[in-house]
Design a protein around this ligand. Sequence first.
Ligand code: HEC
Length: 105
Amino acid sequence: MASSRLPLLMLTAATALVVSQSTIAQTAVSPPGRLLASNCFQCHGTNGNGPGFDTLAGKSARKLFKEMKKYQSGKEGEGIMASHAMGYTDAQLRELSQWLSQQQR
Ligand code: HEC
């Protein structure tokens, strides 16, 4: 009897381990907006809050998105921002603009 219960016990223990590991992984991962925006931090400061070029933190999400679309089109900027803007889809630009707009200045 005891031996037939062993595999079930091991399975239960393994499941508990997998669940606890995925919980840890979830809490350690940054929100998607921050991950997408982290590319901007080296020039616009951590969380877009300077020092560096223009502060992005706390700007309106709509404005940030519009500016990124202008850079993407190549009609604005000197090239640095155009190259960066081109790497993102509209959905990703919305996500990172939204996240940056929620950061403290
Ligand atoms: C290699 C440095 C660099 C990186 C990385 C960078 N930027 Fe910039 N950014 C600049 C420079 C330089 C300017 C100002 C000159 C210009 O307009 O081209 C600027 C200007 C801007 C502006 C206009 C600000 C204003 O008030 O007019 C926005 C918005 C912006 N960046 C957003 C971003 C976002 C979002 C990212 C990340 C996806 C990013 N930047 C990554 C260098 C960078």
